[in-house]
Design a protein. Structure first.
Length: 374
C-alpha cells in the first residue's frame, strides 16, 4: 500500500511539473470513457487541465471517436493538441459543452478554456446523426455549446462538418472570447452557422474567424422561446426575465470567410422586446469567388419574422458600428428591421450586381454612412 501511495504521489507531482494528463493514461472503456476519466483525474489532483493528443494509444490511430459530449467543468482547460475529435456514427449530441448545461436544474460555470494547438479538428461526423434533414433535434446539434458561462475562451482549431450550428453561446454567457477558429462546412446539413450568440449574452469578443460555413458565419440572435422550459428545441435557458435577455457589448472583427448557403457573413437579429446594442463589427472580408453562390448580405440587420410575441420596435436595436466590410453579396449591408444610432463606414461591394446599403420597410433613425445621415 505504501508503494502504491508513493507511485500515485509521483504521478501527481509529474503532472503538476508539466506532463499533461491525457486519455492515453487510461486503458479501459470507450474514447469518451477515457476522456472523462482524464477530466476526473485532473480535478482530483488539482491540475484542472487535460490534453487530448494526436495519437490515440488504445485505438492505434490519430482519431478520437466520442459517443457523447465532452463536459467541461468550471476552472478547467481542455487542450486539443493536433488531434481529430469526431462524433461517432449516429451520436446525437454536442461535441463539447459546459458541465452546467447538463445538470438538473441548469447551473452556471466559469473560467472555461477550450484551446487548440497545431492542426486540431473537431468534427461533427461524416453523415447526419439527427432526424432528416439533420437539424430536428435541437440544441444537441450544436458542436460547442456554452450555457451561462462567464470568463471563457474558445480558440485555435478547425470545426468540420458540424451537424448544425458550430459554436453557440446560450443565455448568460459573458466576458468571453472566440478566436482563431476555422470552419470547414459544406452546407450538407441545415443551419451550419459558424458562431452564434443567443439572448442574454454580453461582453464577448469574436475575432480572427476563417473558412467556410453553410449558414451565417456569425449571428447574434435575440429571440424569445415559445415556452418556459429550461431547454427548448434551439436554446438552453428557457424564457427568463426580459432584463436579462439583451445582447450587448459584442465585438466582431477580422472575419475572412465565405457562406455557401447564400446567407450573411454577419447577422444581427432581435425580436420580442429583446434589445441588441453596443455592437462593433470591423474588418469583414467575403472570400467567395465569382463561381460560387453570392451571399444575400455582407451584414444583415433585423427581420420582419422570427418573432414569438411581437416584432422589434425602433430603439431596441441601437448603437451599432460597422466598418471595413468588403463583400460581393447582393447587398453589402441589408437593414430589414428597425435601427437607431448606427454608423457604417468603408463599405465596399465588388463582383457586380451589389447594392451598397439596402433599407427595408421598418423605421430607422440616426444612421450615418460615410458622413451622410438619413
Amino acid at each position: 500500500m505504501r508503494l502504491i501511495a508513493m507511485v500515485l504521489g509521483l504521478l501527481c507531482c509529474t503532472a503538476a511539473m508539466g506532463n499533461p494528463i491525457t486519455p492515453n493514461n487510461f486503458r479501459k472503456g470507450t474514447d469518451s470513457d477515457r476522456i472523462e476519466a482524464a477530466i476526473q483525474e485532473a480535478l482530483r489532483t488539482g491540475v484542472n487541465s487535460i490534453e487530448i493528443p494526436r495519437w490515440n494509444q488504445q485505438r492505434k490511430s490519430a482519431q478520437w471517436l466520442i459517443d457523447r459530449a465532452i463536459l467541461v467543468p468550471s476552472d478547467f482547460t481542455l487542450v486539443l493538441n493536433d488531434c481529430l475529435v469526431r462524433l461517432s456514427p449516429g451520436t446525437a449530441d454536442n461535441i463539447i459543452t459546459n458541465a452546467g448545461a447538463r445538470t438538473s436544474p441548469l447551473s452556471a460555470n466559469k473560467n472555461v478554456r477550450i484551446i487548440g494547438k497545431g492542426n486540431a479538428v473537431l468534427s461533427g461526423g461524416l453523415e447526419a446523426h439527427f432526424n432528416p434533414p439533420g437539424d430536428k433535434s435541437g440544441y444537441r446539434t450544436i458542436g460547442i455549446l456554452l450555457y451561462n458561462t462567464e470568463h471563457f475562451t474558445i480558440e485555435g482549431f478547425t470545426m468540420e462538418e458540424t451537424q448544425a450550428w458550430a459554436i453557440s453561446m446560450e443565455h448568460g454567457c459573458a466576458y468571453g472570447r472566440v478566436a482563431n477558429v476555422n470552419f470547414a462546412n459544406t452546407n450538407k446539413f441545415p443551419n451550419q452557422d459558424g458562431v452564434d450568440v443567443r439572448k442574454g449574452c454580453h461582453d464577448i469578443v469574436i475575432e480572427n474567424i476563417t473558412g467556410v460555413t453553410g449558414d451565417d458565419v456569425i449571428a447574434l440572435t435575440g429571440l424569445a422561446t415559445p415556452n418556459d422550459t429550461a431547454r427548448t428545441s434551439m436554446q438552453v435557458g428557457g424564457r427568463l426575465p426580459r432584463a436579462n435577455d439583451d445582447i450587448y457589448n459584442i465585438t466582431i472583427r477580422n472575419v475572412q470567410a465565405k457562406v455557401i448557403g447564400g446567407h450573411a457573413l454577419v447577422r444581427l437579429l432581435n425580436q420580442d422586446g429583446i434589445r441588441l446594442y453596443n455592437i462593433f463589427v470591423s474588418d469583414i472580408l467575403d472570400t467567395s469567388t465569382d463561381s460560387e453562390i453570392r451571399p444575400a448580405a455582407g451584414i444583415r440587420i433585423g427581420e420582419e419574422h422570427y418573432w414569438s410575441s411581437r416584432m422589434n420596435v425602433l430603439g431596441e436595436t441601437y448603437n451599432i458600428v460597422v466598418e471595413n466590410v468588403r463583400t460581393r453579396a447582393k447587398s453589402a449591408v441589408k437593414i430589414v428591421g428597425t435601427l437607431k444610432n448606427a454608423t457604417f463606414s468603408n463599405i465596399t461591394s465588388y463582383g457586380g450586381n451589389s447594392q451598397l446599403i439596402e433599407f427595408g420597410r421598418q423605421p430607422v433613425e440616426g444612421i450615418r454612412v460615410d458622413g451622410l445621415k438619413w
